[in-house]
Write a protein that binds this ligand. Structure first.
Ligand SMILES: Cc1cc2nc3c(=O)[nH]c(=O)nc-3n(C[C@H](O)[C@H](O)[C@H](O)COP(=O)(O)OP(=O)(O)OC[C@H]3O[C@@H](n4cnc5c(N)ncnc54)[C@H](O)[C@@H]3O)c2cc1C
Length: 475
């Protein structure tokens, strides 16, 4: 596989290579791209695809090339199957998002001159799980973050027939961060620092695949439950409307942090703009940070951030706080915390990382002490606040849309495992079970308290072991 660095190199390749070219447009900051990279590498090493040239192009560094050859790249990773011709290039396929090795292989094979049918048979054989004569119960895992992949590792080692549906964020939330420093045993001992979150989930995925788990790069839109002849059956419908049947399901679809929804914010995520103080607070030793929110989480995280930062602003849209009195009092008493009420964050500004934010009054006559708060007035209603980091603590949305009415959620939308029910309301001895037999939950989708990689992985382990035991109970 070749990395193409500029337009000249691309055009030299077009004039040298008359066969198919497959391009992987990626970006250095893109988690799913890192997950696709080894799959792309493996394809490039396949004997059957010897005549195909596989190239990688950093999208951010090659805008001229993209523009000149009219590649449309609304999202990355993006794969193009092309051939050069006398007018430039012919594009055969334009494939967005993450892809499985099999589906990419099949798409490329379509444009090879011959032999594609036998090649397809070969690869599907390679991707098949070896079945033995004993019945292997089929288990689906919805989600490929630390909870889902750990569940996949445990269930596949238990010799179950396991399929993971990765969803639109293969690897989950950890792929949106840089280094993680608090996953035990996952530490760069040579340089004494944390390691990449993407590497962590990618390693668990490889571990699970090694033991037979299959990872499908698709999203589940619906889950249905039937009891047929006293046997359990779950039917999962994916976003391509394909139906898949399973005997047990583990939901590990995580939760998405709410961000502010202001211009340019995606550019700063992980570059001065964060949704998890426990995870990223320690990067701000002796620096100035702010946190947005008015609930208990915001109060707790503001206090936590004072362990590192020299100053913490707590920013809130009004002056009535949802937080409990005791939490608010603790914040008010903390000499490192400055509360700015009745303001909204309107803009994030900086070159590559955050430099300052723009605040706007939410009420007339907010009467802020500009000197004390170190605010620069832009006009009567707007101020500039210089910051090293901005955190948001305005809630999370558990990813449960596909569950429909099958399961109950708590008031914040989280799924409820049996462990959270009073003893008299429990219908199963298994802690991660739900009210539907054979349906288990794990990770952030059921945990609004800890929301950490290690607790999600532990939840995945628990759900997998309980699924295995529950399936054995049915025999
Ligand atoms: C920026 C950031 C930094 C963080 N840093 C740290 C840190 O340093 N240390 C730490 O311990 N924790 C950290 N966390 C928290 C940690 O990432 C989460 O607690 C953990 O990832 C939760 O794991 P999970 O498997 O439950 O869910 P997630 O990681 O959220 O994964 C959910 C998975 O479900 C999939 N999915 C969703 N809907 C569907 C569907 N309909 N069909 C199929 N799949 C679906 C998604 O594609 C995804 O793969 C951080 C979080 C963020 C956002």
């Amino acid at each position: 596989m070749t990395e193409i660095k500029n337009l000249n190199e691309f055009e030299a390749l077009l004039s040298d290579h008359t066969g198919l070219i497959v391009i992987d447009f990626y970006a250095t900051w893109c988690g799913p791209c890192k997950i696709m990279s080894p799959i792309f590498e493996k394809l490039s090493q396949m004997d059957e695809l010897e005549s195909v040239k596989f190239i990688k192009i950093d999208r951010d560094e090659n805008l001229e090339l993209i523009d000149k050859y009219s590649f449309t790249i609304p999202s990355i990773p993006r794969f193009f199957i092309i051939k050069s011709n006398k007018n430039g290039i012919e594009i055969f396929e334009d494939l967005g998002g993450t892809q499985s090795k099999t589906s990419l292989f099949e798409k490329i094979s379509k444009y090879l001159d011959s032999g594609s049918e036998s090649q397809k048979t070969e690869i599907s054989k390679e991707n098949q799980i070896q079945t033995n004569s004993k019945h292997k119960p089929k288990v689906a895992i919805i989600g490929s973050g630390p909870a889902g992949l750990t569940a996949a590792l445990y269930t596949s080692r238990a010799n179950l027939d396991v399929t993971v549906f990765s969803g639109l964020q293969p690897g989950g939330q950890l792929t949106t961060t840089t280094d993680i420093e608090n996953f035990p045993g996952f530490w760069d001992t040579h340089n004494n620092k944390g390691k990449s979150g993407t590497d962590l989930v990618e390693t668990i995925r490889q571990q699970a695949e090694h033991f037979g788990a299959k990872v499908e790069f698709s999203e589940i839109n619906q889950i249905q439950y039937h009891k047929i002849d006293s046997k359990n059956q779950f039917v999962l419908t994916d976003s391509g409307k394909q139906k898949h049947e399973f005997e047990a399901v583990i939901i590990a679809s995580g939760a998405s942090a709410r961000y502010l929804g202001i211009p340019d914010e995606s550019k700063f995520i992980g570059q001065g703009y964060h949704s998890c103080a426990t995870c990223d607070g320690s990067f701000y030793k002796n620096q100035i940070v702010a946190i947005v929110g008015g609930g208990d989480s915001a109060m707790e995280e503001a206090n936590f951030l004072t362990n590192f930062a020299s100053k913490v602003y707590l920013l809130h849209r009004n002056n009535t706080f949802r937080a409990s009195k005791v939490m608010l009092e603790r914040v008010k008493k903390n000499p490192k915390i400055e509360i700015i009420a009745n303001v909204a964050v309107k803009d994030l500004v900086g070159e590559k990382t955050l430099d300052h934010i723009i605040l706007e009054n939410t009420i007339d006559g907010a009467n802020l002490d500009l000197e004390k708060l170190k605010l620069d007035e832009i006009d009567q209603n707007r101020y500039k606040l210089k910051l090293d980091g901005l955190f948001v603590a305005i809630g999370h949305d558990p990813n449960t849309k596909f569950v429909g009415n099958l399961l109950d959620t708590d008031s914040a939308g989280y799924l409820i495992p049996q462990s959270r029910l009073p003893k008299e309301e429990r219908t199963s001895k298994y802690d991660s079970a739900t009210k539907i037999p054979g349906l288990f939950v794990a990770g952030d989708v059921e945990d609004q308290l800890y929301r950490q990689a290690i607790t999600a992985a532990a939840g995945g382990c628990r759900a997998a072991m309980e699924t295995e035991k529950w399936l054995a109970d049915q025999e």
